[in-house]
Structure formats: structure tokens, C-alpha cells
Design a protein around this ligand. Sequence first.
Ligand code: AKG
Ligand code: FE2
Length: 348
Amino acid sequence: MTTSTPTTPAIPLVDYGKYLHGSEAEQKEVAAQIDEAFRNVGFVYLTNHGVPQERVDECFEWSAKFFALPTSTKLLAPHPPGSTHHRGYSGLGQEKVSQNVFDEEQLSKLRAVPDVKESYESGNPTDDSQPNIWLPEDKLPGFRAFMESFFEDCATLIHHLLHTLSLALRVPSLSPTHAHSLFQLRLLHYPALPARLLRSHAKARIGAHSDFGTLTLLFQDGVGGLEIRDPRCAGSGEEGFRPVPPVERAVLLNVGDLMERWSNGRWRSTLHRVGAPPVPMREGAGGPDGEEEEEVCRPRYSVPFFATADRDAVVEALPGCVDEEHPRLYEPVTAWEYVQMRMAALYS
Ligand SMILES: O=C(O)CCC(=O)C(=O)O
Ligand SMILES: [Fe+2]
């Protein structure tokens, strides 16, 4: 079963409940389905993933409350300048994602198309290298406690998934390589804006990129606009992006660059971006001179959860992914070295 339309690369839909509560045979079947999806598209939708829908709904409610605060209040939890401490609030236009671009000139060209989004990042409370940056509690009482507990919900799912993937490859569990759960919970808000700005690529919601960690979970609202680039499409241009319609109650799971590398290219870290949703809303009744009324994209909220490996984990081709047909493609690298290189390109 897929969520595809004729023009969309198929994003398989997998019932993860069969892994969480199933027999050994069912677990192996689920592992094989996710492996297959990762090999073909790099993305898979999971239903019955174990994070209760009420918790997901509550997360979106907190996110809406957070972003509705005055900017001056949100800035009481500011994302520090630079790229080494990725926590706190980033206002509109502060971050520009990029795809493996490290050259300053190219980066400034990319930044000419701003991402119209604001974000709030938090991480594992035990991660001393990147302490969380919370609002004063009285500004949004309960927000911190909820985010800390939702982090746990998502981290638990990630560790289950790491087991599942090892089962697919018949290798020792990958969960211990993520023992410190150095993960990142991100709240994203894309405000309403004229559809023409997104369609003409004068602005982006989030520009084309791949994620740089190992695995990403993505919870999204019903607005739509997420697009992934068909991995079968050659070249690296703007062509080949297809919409990924949101699926109610399902979480989207995708492979990040570090996992692509770890799997020796078996699993694909696929380019994705967020553009105009398929159905923008009409605003107003047109101008006094009879000019066209402006189509406006409704605001969108999403909650990505990024996993990466422990800093000292050595990322080198997993044994299940190397054979005569698939020789080793990459040099070993520690997770920390890799992340540093990618983060440097994120902020100007
Ligand atoms: O908002 C979305 O749906 C995608 C977000 C995303 O790709 C990211 O934050 O890396
Ligand atoms: Fe992403």
C-alpha cells in the first residue's frame, strides 16, 4: 500500500505496530519493508509507531502557543549566534539550510532565497555540550516539561528503529552507537505568505536539503507542501521534486546523510524541501481596481526529530552493506567530525 499519486515517488506506508507488538517473523517482515523503502526512496511512513496521537497533538498545540508569543518573548530563549550550539529560538530568515555547500560564494547565493520559517530547538537535557535554552517558565508554563517528555517519546521510537534496521542487515544493534541520545527536537512554524512568492522561488519555506544525522522523524500538520526529490532523477537541479501528501496519524521517517554513509550508500538520504501547499487559500475579495485577489499559503507547523550517533561513534560501512558488488565507498569518520562540517554551513 502506498500514499503515491501517479507523479509521486511512492512513499511506502508500514504498520510499525507489527514490529512493536508482533512475532519474530512479523518483526523481520517490517525490517525488510523499511529496508526496501530506504533503498528506494529514503522515506517511509509509519503507522502505529508507539507515540500516542494525543501526545503528537499536544506537541502541535504547544508549538502553536510558543510561536504565537510576541517575538520579544520568544527572543528570551535566543538561538546563540554561530553553528555550534543548536538550541533555542531562531526568528524568520535566521537559518538557511543548504545542501553540502561549503563555498562562501555559493552559500551567499543560496541565502538570497530566504527560508520563511521560525524554529525552536531543544535537545537531550543530559547533553552538556549543547545545553537547552528555555523561556523563563512563567512565560509559557508547562512548555519545558512537555518538550522534555516528548523528547523521550521520540527517542524511544528512534532506539526501536535502530534495532529494526540492524535486524534488516543482520548486524549487531545500532542502538548502542546512539546510547547518549544526542537528538534534537525541532518545532517549525512557516507563517502564511503569498503563494506566488513560493511558486516563483523568490522565497522558500525550507530550501532543498538532506538531513545530516542518521534518522529523522517528521510529524506534520495537514497543510502539505513537503516535496522529496525522486532519487531516480539524474542531476542535481530543481527538477524531480514531487509532493508528499501528509498522512494522518503517521510519522514520516527518513534517512540522513550519516546513515547513508554508514550503510555504504545502501540507504538513500533524499533531498527534500517545503514549498507551496497544493491548496492555498484565497484571501480577501480582490483589490478595489479589480486586480486578482492574492492566493495565500496557509501557515504550516511541523515537528522534526533528528537523531545522530554518539560523538565518538565511528561511522564506517556496516558489515551487511559491503560485498564484492558494493565496495566500501567512504572513509571512516566519527559522527562528531561529520556533524561539525555540516553545521558550519548552516548559519552565516
Ligand atoms: O517542515 C517539514 O516538513 C520539513 C522540515 C525539514 O525537512 C527539516 O527541518 O529538516
Ligand atoms: Fe529535513
